[in-house]
Design a protein around this ligand. Structure first.
Ligand code: A3P
Length: 289
């Protein structure tokens, strides 16, 4: 797959889709003034970003469902780097929640000097690749991924949105943010969402009761989100996102790669990722092979 100049913008080497990003939006992000009580969820694409857009407002507001029932996810918890932010920033409820796919080295200066908290959500890169493959098929503003095998090479070479997964993960692991950052995994959330919500709530100092935790878990389940028009992207015209090709909320499981990877592909994928993570000390919650 050659990178289309028509569809993608390169911002200091970072690949982003032109449909949702512009040079101005990326510069707006650079000038964005973080407040100390802002909360930012950072993800590599297809790691569960929209899940965080559902969870954060509910954790921060004590389980009031109004935002997830009345505000589309991209306005409710906007992306720091997308065009939408400038339009909706003044309307954001306080404390503000945002999401971002930016690697750590692309964060604006005010982020580093503020006390804003960060939740870094990681997902098994094999499942990310599978999810991304289907996303490239349903999103008309992304290049055709080609065959699964071709897309694997594209993914491993980092010729994809926001670059290599390994660079992204490493950048946020080595971020020196101390206790401002919390790491969580998609797999942990799939396995026990209430437990994940308790961790998030404790990290953000929200003191939620067990009753509220259970309520949030119910409203952030895959099934409920799939039926929430404010969160399932059904409000976006089909010419941009074609859910007949693949729904955005596609499977919502851990380990879907097992039904997609051949043994040769698994060996190839594992060899590249392990090599790039060599010498890194952070523990991975899944095995690479
Ligand atoms: P799949 O394609 O594997 O189903 P992002 O929001 O970063 O683009 O990530 C999208 C992935 O997160 C999709 O994965 C989607 O189904 C999954 N996802 C979103 N909400 C979820 C939920 N409530 N439970 C489980 N997975 C969820």
């Amino acid at each position: 797959m050659s990178l289309s100049e028509e569809m993608y913008l390169r911002y200091h080497g970072l690949i982003v889709p032109k449909e949702t990003h512009s040079y101005e939006s990326l510069e707006f992000a650079q000038g964005f003034k973080f407040e100390d009580d802002d909360v930012l969820a950072v993800t590599y694409p297809k790691s569960g970003t929209i899940w965080m857009q559902e969870i954060l407002p509910l954790v921060l507001n004590g389980g009031d469902l109004t935002p997830i029932h009345t505000i589309p996810n991209w306005e409710r918890v906007p992306w720091l780097e997308e065009k939408q932010l400038a339009r909706v920033v003044a309307k954001l409820a306080s404390p503000r929640a945002l999401v971002s796919h930016l690697p750590y080295n692309f964060m604006p200066p005010s982020f580093c000097t503020s006390k804003a908290k960060v939740i870094y959500l990681m997902r098994n890169p094999k499942d990310i690749m599978v999810s991304s493959y289907y996303f490239h098929q349903m999103a008309s503003f992304l290049e055709d991924p080609g065959t699964f095998d071709e897309f694997m090479d594209t993914f491993l070479e980092g010729k994809v949105l926001f670059g290599k997964w390994t660079d992204h993960v490493k950048s946020w692991r080595n971020s020196e943010l101390g206790d401002r950052i919390m790491y969580i995994t998609y797999e942990e959330m799939v396995q026990d969402l209430p437990a994940a919500l308790r961790r998030i709530s404790d990290f953000l100092g929200c003191n939620l009761t067990e009753e509220v935790i259970q309520k949030i878990a119910e409203h952030c389940s895959f099934k409920t989100m799939k039926n929430n028009n404010m969160s399932n992207f059904s409000l976006i015209p089909k010419v941009y996102l074609d859910h007949d090709k693949s729904p955005f909320l596609r499977k919502g499981i851990a380990g879907d790669w097992k039904t997609h990877f051949s043994s040769e592909q698994l060996a190839r994928f594992t060899s590249v990722i392990s090599k790039e993570l060599e010498g890194e000390s952070f523990p991975l919650p899944w095995s690479l092979d």
